[in-house]
Design a protein around this ligand. Sequence first.
Ligand SMILES: [Fe+2]
Ligand SMILES: [Fe+2]
Length: 296
Amino acid sequence: MAGSGIFGQTRDMSHAISPGPLQSVEQWDDFVKSRYRPDRKKEEFRVFDASSPQVVKDFYRENHAKQTLDFVLAKEAGYQSLKKGRMGIWEALEKLEALVDDSDPDTDLTQMEHNYQTAEAIRKAGHPRWMILTGFIHDMGKVLCLYGEPQWAVVGDTFPVGCAWSDSIVFHNYFEANPDRARPELQTPLGIYQQNGGLNQVHLSFGHDEYLYYVTRPYLPEPAQYIIRYHSFYPAHREGAYDYLMNCHDREMFEWVRKFNPFDLYSKSDTKPDVNAIRPFYEELVSEFFPKQIDW
Ligand SMILES: [Fe+2]
Ligand SMILES: [Fe+2]
């Protein structure tokens, strides 16, 4: 599909993520890392939110105002059918890398290094091959930026839409501007959902997690699907909110999501990986689970 379709547009589309409040989607990851640093006390939480960088506040102001139930349903319908074209895993990773480099020349850790570091940390901890692979590809859904999706529809903590917003969601006050506030049927704890009906019935704010779940679902074991789909769902995996929407199976699977999170957050400070030395391992790993090309 060289030169055609959305993936042929990397250079031209690189401006797509510049107009947002963050200089790049990577800036958000760095913010999350500092927000969830291991030594941080619960009491510091709200204070830290108030003193967060302006770009982060602006990002969440937009994200919380615009991620409505209707918006999410439309994005799900648009992306679930995987009509963006066929592409290999490495090709996707490289396109994403080019995009991040173009928009954020000063970043000291590229997306690819984050992929390697997360995966290497999982590998060193002795976890199974599917989990190493999951670490390697978990942020690949950020190719949404290549389609021109705005930052607020790609990154950020995710949260359910269609029911009341939990107090544990960061910058909760920004939901004031969300039009769903005027829909009382969406403002009860259950909203449109069944109690303990399972997360599969729940629509989360749209972003790179949900999209990559659609793309990789046929090829990965279920715990990997949960990690990919819910790794930004901090209100649940970090704060324990929305337990009443989960069923027993979700709770079991969330053990994996929680196990994964520290590797995503805290592997960034490790020494830079020797990419040339480890790339063959990852080539073999990717081809063990994925065919040469997959639908996007
Ligand atoms: Fe992510
Ligand atoms: Fe990540």
